[in-house]
Design a protein. Structure first.
Length: 122
């Protein structure tokens, strides 16, 4: 959200606030019934500003970021022998997700979820 919109929202909140005060003040013993009209117009102007600020222009496009995460499997794991530790089912890279910075395996067959750990090569 840019600074112009923030200023616009703050200005509209102030206009609505004073409009409500005018309407409220019209019902006081010293109030003037004309204040209801002025307060109502003020409230409508404030909500109109909010409406105009909230609209999207035809040229505005949201930038959608889709981060890509490359998972490097530890040690000598090859896809031919990448199997579930619990049930032995054949798994693919789609079953490996990064959770809190560590590779986690979710087995679709037995429902097991475990973290891949790197075994020493010696």
């Amino acid at each position: 959200m840019n600074a112009g919109k923030v200023i616009g929202y703050i200005f509209s909140a102030i206009v609505i606030f004073f409009g409500v005060l005018f309407v409220w003040g019209a019902f006081s013993p010293d109030g003037n019934p004309g204040w209801i009209v002025g307060g109502g117009i003020s409230v409508l102007i404030g909500f109109g500003i909010i409406f105009l600020l909230g609209r999207k222009k035809p040229g505005d496009q949201e930038i959608k970021y889709s981060p890509t995460l490359k998972v490097d499997l530890p040690a000598d794991v090859s896809m031919e022998r990448f199997k579930c530790q619990d049930c032995g089912a054949q798994l693919s890279m789609d079953n490996v997700k990064m959770v809190a910075g560590s590779p986690m395996v979710d087995c679709p067959y037995c429902g097991a979820a475990y973290q891949l750990s790197e075994e020493p090569k010696w």
